[in-house]
Design a protein around this ligand. Structure first.
Ligand code: NAP
Length: 236
């Protein structure tokens, strides 16, 4: 297990305009990390960059995979090197699997699966010795859920890819942290690209998950998962 000294670490947070991404960016800033931020909403990104003392930013739409890789390179260039990449982009969609159309499925698989994969591949190319990627998949990877089949597939695919990649990169000392939180009240479900979310009970607060992500990066954790039966976080 490799630990990361967050003070002075050069970190890209992609999806920094989101609730969890923004929370992680602020927490890492408090730890003394040198940040670059990437996100889709230029105005929100600029406001957060100002709040954090004028850090570099890059705007991207995760539906364009070339651009996903390019923002990682831009961040590495702006920061001088790259030690940690946090990927906190994602979209939700709801509805029965046999009724979810190709356009929605493609959107989910692009933004939730292929875009994080493209960013991680670009990050690994830019890491020197070691490096850490912390990627938000979801509890759906552990508990495939009715009414969210396509959304489940997108997150399970990402999580499985991260597991295989972790083994591949072990000898190079790259830490691959798969974050699979339970439902959290961030408004993600209300911004679904299709369907309506069923009633869901929050399993954790934003502050709790942000703290666990930062601690997991610091300690070289492999995964953060949530045991629904016990109602508590688990993972190695
Ligand atoms: N909240 C939960 O219950 C929960 C549970 C498990 C896992 N997660 C995962 O945690 C991550 C963060 O979610 P959150 O709860 O913080 O939700 P959020 O506030 O909606 O954040 C989602 C982020 O993804 C970005 N995004 C969406 N589509 C994009 C696109 N095409 N191009 C670029 N960026 C795009 C959003 O950008 P904009 O600001 O431009 O919209 C936003 O920054 C996601 O991967 C989510 O699946 C969340």
């Amino acid at each position: 297990m490799t630990s990361v000294d967050l003070s002075g670490a050069r970190v890209l947070v992609a999806g920094a305009t989101g609730v969890l991404g923004g929370g992680v960016a602020r927490a890492l800033h408090r730890e003394g990390a040198r940040l670059a931020l990437a996100g889709r909403d230029e105005r929100k990104l600029a406001a957060l960059a100002d709040e954090l003392g004028g850090v570099p930013t890059a705007v991207f739409d995760a539906q364009y995979l070339d651009r996903c890789a390019a923002v990682v390179d831009e961040a590495a260039d702006a920061l001088g090197r790259l030690d940690v990449v946090v990927v906190a982009i994602g979209v939700a969609a709801f509805g029965p699997g046999d009724e979810t159309d190709d356009a929605v499925t493609e959107h989910l698989l692009t933004v939730n699966t292929m875009a994080p994969m493209a960013m991680v591949r670009a990050a690994v190319r830019r890491f020197g010795d070691g490096g850490t990627v912390a990627v938000l998949s979801a509890i759906l990877a552990d508990y495939p859920t009715a009414g969210m089949a396509a959304y489940t597939a997108s997150k399970a695919g990402l999580s499985a890819w991260l597991t295989a990649l972790r083994s591949e990169l072990r000898r190079r000392g790259v830490a691959v942290f798969d974050v699979r939180p339970p439902h959290i009240e961030t408004g993600l479900a209300d911004r679904a690209i299709a369907g309506t979310a069923p009633p869901m009970k929050a399993g954790a607060t934003v502050d709790e998950v942000v703290a666990l992500i930062v601690e997991g990066i610091r300690t070289g954790r492999r995964e953060l998962r949530y045991d629904l039966l016990k109602g508590e976080f688990a993972g190695r």
